[in-house]
Design a protein around this ligand. Structure first.
Ligand code: FAD
Length: 316
């Protein structure tokens, strides 16, 4: 713990969750797909909505900051770690709530949800096969695949705010956009989401899922730790792209000659220009420095300022 230890907050966590479940100075690298990042002051794995709410309320009362970690597949956590409490929602259920409605808890993995729906002949989510991470992280950043946004499939969500108030919110109030949802503005935490599904033939749905998996295998460096795409694709409505340049961050990085560029243990993937991979020895600072180098060089070459898709958390 780098700050002054907060004994009262610590005791409140222990009372609520039991001594064995309150982690202190917990290294976070292994909870992320990048495999970098320093320690959390406190880490609690919350099982179910009530535990998430409880942890948030205790932190709010103690004036401690809270960070939610889902599957850790879209984050870069700084080498000095995260101050305050990190909550990792775990476990969770999927239920068919009614015709065409499937509710999944925040900690359910996207892949688990795809398998569950495909196996029951429920159509809609099959193309998301192979997307790492959880329902919570997917909705926070409105995950995208093949031009579609996860938020398009959402009917409503259950959220809890930082003071512990739970609310059901319809899709229309979620401010979904490319890489965007209202959670980024409000700091609310997703507890569960209801997805709209249709009827489908499990074999056909399975075939779509297999296609997505094969596409990822062909185009992404899945053997090395990464956090998926580093930058958002440029928006032709805002960013002035050079003649003939596709609206693709990977293409910009590639044409700036940056594929294969390294910084310490971090490398721009030779397979996919928008991926940075960790060779096993990278520090978060290496990755961050390489991100900034790519941004600078793409701007100098093409006049386009790339925006982060990854979420940087904690102290670098
Ligand atoms: C190999 C690879 C391929 C990928 N391909 C894609 C792709 O095709 N499309 C795509 O969009 N992304 C892709 N990603 C990125 C990542 O899979 C998605 O962004 C995913 O939705 C992140 O979910 P997560 O649970 O891992 O979130 P995390 O990385 O844990 O967190 C991301 C953000 O969400 C917040 N968050 C997490 N859970 C909650 C919650 N319950 N409530 C509120 N906020 C929360 C966190 O605080 C953080 O700010 C890829 C990543 C990898 C490694």
């Amino acid at each position: 713990m780098t700050g002054a230890p907060d004994a009262r907050f610590d005791a409140a966590l222990v009372e609520a969750f039991g001594r064995a479940r309150v982690g202190r100075d917990v290294p976070l690298a292994s909870f992320t797909t990048f495999k970098v990042g320093g320690p959390a002051d406190w880490l609690v794995e919350a099982h179910g909505a009530e535990e998430v709410r409880r942890a948030l309320t205790l932190a709010h009362e103690a004036g401690q900051s809270v960070t939610i970690l889902g599957g850790g597949s879209n984050v870069l956590i700084g080498d000095r770690g995260i101050r305050g409490l990190v909550i990792r929602p775990r476990g969770g259920a999927i239920v068919e709530e009614g015709p065409g409605r499937v509710r999944a808890d925040a900690a359910v993995t996207i892949n688990g949800l795809v398998r569950w729906t495909v196996g029951r002949g429920l159509a809609g989510l099959e193309a998301w096969a192979g997307t790492p991470g959880t329902v919570g992280g997917g909705i926070h950043g409105n995950a995208h695949y093949g031009g579609r946004l996860l938020g398009e499939l959402v009917a409503e969500v259950r959220l809890v705010d930082r003071e512990g108030a739970v609310k059901d919110v319809p899709q229309s109030a979620m401010e979904f956009g490319y890489d965007r949802s209202r959670l980024q503005r409000t700091g609310e935490v997703l507890l569960s989401a209801v997805f709209r599904v249709g009827a489908g033939d499990p074999e056909q749905l399975r075939a779509v899922a297999r296609q997505s998996l094969a596409f990822r295998k062909r185009t992404q460096p899945l053997d090395s730790p990464s956090a998926g795409c580093i930058f958002q694709n440029p928006d032709p409505g805002i960013d002035r792209l050079p003649e003939g340049m596709p609206a693709s961050a990977g293409a910009l990085v590639d044409r700036a000659g940056l594929k294969g560029r390294t910084m310490g243990g971090a490398r721009v993937s030779p397979t996919h220009g928008n991926f940075i991979v960790n060779d096993g020895q990278a520090r978060a600072a290496d990755i961050r420095a390489l991100v900034e180098l790519c941004r600078r060089e793409v701007q100098a070459r093409f006049g386009v300022v790339l925006r982060d898709e990854i979420v940087c958390l904690g102290e670098f």
